[in-house]
Design a binder for this molecule. Structure first.
Ligand code: ATP
Ligand code: AMO
Length: 464
């Protein structure tokens, strides 16, 4: 009697002598002789060592027989260990166990172990080079067994960082007068054009999953909401397998009425992302360290005011560096990465905006520049040479919008209600879309977007 429930993370030396009850996963069990066992219990990414001893040794033998990852309740007294605890996640106290109960027994042969899933990239590389026998658990196998894989300290940290990114997005935009909205994900036509749409049957009518909330966030601005934002799923039937494309990702979108110029959108993006990255560096140090331990990366270099580079200037820098690029075409992945390096070397930042893309490479709803319609009022934002955001001013003239859609082969009958929205009085407006998984992947230099999606969907993965 008299045990109070406690969280593993809250077990500090000040709690010595407290009688506590803790529930956690049996991460490791080590028997010492016949009467003592050490049980490491994990909750989230915190662990605590539990000492199981006592007359007869029955409880120690029961502990020694627990399968790894079984969920266990222990009740006992918090004590200071005889030798100081080493290691990074272990609490500095122990629990002298008086009661032990297995709540949920894990199978004895787990498909992967948390320990193997948590091996650092350096350790895996070193073991490979040394020709060690120990099997390396590849990313596919980890994703197949994601429920176990998610228990590693790095994964616990990645998704806490991701939550903070979403939270800062909401907080900053709310503070700037934006209203949170939701838009339909079942649509009668594509919103971004192109082939990457998931088609479906909508009670006998052809339909598709939203490739973005683009059309409805604009219609919300036409509906009198001056500034809107939303967070929601985005579906893209990506046919190729890359490190940065998912078939379903989380979109962070915003749209706003403009007064003078599309740079007002860039200003919001600038304040938002500098605030976001400052917040992560200041408030997520533990999480970033946990990620670092498994996946080492260099902290992101960024300026207090985000660099804005003209597209033509980017082209010039690439050409000077000997890269063959079409000044009126889009940049391929390789050229984007190269430009990221050139910008970092010249301006000492790995976060920048590229502005005024050629109109021909942007979606039909993009506003051409008033001074030169071959270019558009648009921008992309890059982190470590890869895109995290696209944004632009939109066409609010229904005739120009129709012409631009038709020029790109879009069947305007499928977006008739969207085009009509601009016939009833529409303010000049613009906005941007961010890929949540991309932000975390690139801020932490993770190299593969599957690491930042809880249960990733890619061309070859629909489970778990
Ligand atoms: P292989 O190592 O055989 O090429 P893999 O599935 O591990 O297969 P990728 O799919 O390329 O390789 O993995 C994606 C990323 O995850 C790579 O950057 C790789 O270094 C990293 N990675 C793979 N396995 C581990 C592991 N056990 N621990 C840490 N990092 C890993
Ligand atoms: P875009 O198509 O560039 O623009 O998408 C916006 C952002 O979403 C992310 N992203 C992806 N993330 C993971 N997997 C994918 N397959 C994927 N595709 C895109 C990227 C990208 O920068 N409607 C416009 C936005 C706007 O103008 O407001 C749009 O969808 O981070």
């Amino acid at each position: 009697a008299g045990y109070a429930w406690a969280d593993v993370a809250s077990l500090e030396p000040e709690a010595a002598a407290a009688r506590v009850r803790v529930r956690g996963a049996a991460q490791a069990v080590r028997a010492v002789g016949r009467r003592v066992a050490f049980l490491v219990l994990r909750q989230g990414s915190a662990t605590v060592q539990c000492v199981v001893s006592g007359a007869g040794g029955g409880m120690a033998r029961f502990a020694a027989g627990l399968s790894r990852e079984s969920v266990v309740d222990v009740a006992g007294v918090v004590s200071l260990p005889r030798e100081p605890v080493r290691g990074t996640t272990q609490q500095l106290v122990e629990i002298q166990v008086e009661k032990l109960h297995c709540v949920s027994r894990a199978v004895a042969n787990l498909p992967i172990s948390v320990e193997d899933a948590a091996r650092s990239e350096e350790d895996v590389a070193r073991a490979k080079a040394a020709g060690e026998q120990r099997a390396h658990v590849g990313q596919d196998k980890r994703l197949d067994n994601r429920v176990i894989d998610l228990r590693t300290a790095a994964n616990q940290a990645i998704f806490r960082v991701e939550c903070q990114v979403e939270n800062v997005f909401r907080q900053v935009l709310l503070s700037e007068g934006f209203v949170g909205i939701h838009t339909p994900k079942l649509l009668g036509g594509s919103s971004e054009g192109g082939a990457s749409v998931f088609k479906l049957d909508y009670i006998g009518q052809p339909a598709c999953l939203a490739q973005s909330p683009q059309l409805h966030k604009q219609m919300a601005v036409c509906g009198g909401f001056e500034r809107v934002f939303l967070v929601g799923p985005v579906f893209r039937a990506e046919s190729s397998y890359t490190n940065r494309h998912l078939c379903e990702f989380v979109g962070l979108d915003a749209e706003m009425a403009l007064r003078d110029h599309y740079s007002e959108v860039c200003d919001v993006v600038d304040r938002l992302f500098v605030a976001m990255f400052d917040h992560l560096n200041k408030n997520c140090t533990k999480e970033l360290e946990a990620i670092q331990r498994q996946f080492p990366f260099k902290p992101l270099k960024y300026l207090k005011t985000t660099l804005r580079l003209d597209y033509n200037e980017g082209i010039r820098m690439l050409q000077e560096a000997g890269v063959d690029v079409d000044p009126m075409g889009d940049l391929n992945t390789e050229a984007e990465k190269k430009l990221g390096e050139l910008v970092r070397d010249k301006y000492d930042t790995e976060l920048y905006m590229l502005c005024r893309y050629p109109s021909a490479v942007r979606p039909f709803y993009t506003m051409p520049c008033p001074d030169d319609p071959r270019y558009s009022c648009s921008f992309d934002v890059f982190v470590r040479g890869e895109e995290i955001i696209s944004g632009a001013q939109r066409v609010h003239d229904p005739e120009l919008l129709t012409a631009q859609a038709e020029a790109r082969g879009i069947d305007v009958s499928t977006i008739a209600t969207y085009i009509d929205a601009f016939r009833y009085g529409a303010p000049p407006h613009g906005g941007f879309g961010v890929g949540l998984e991309r932000v975390v992947m690139l801020f932490c230099g993770l190299g593969n977007i599957r690491k930042t999606s809880l249960f990733p969907r890619d061309p070859s993965r629909l489970a778990p």
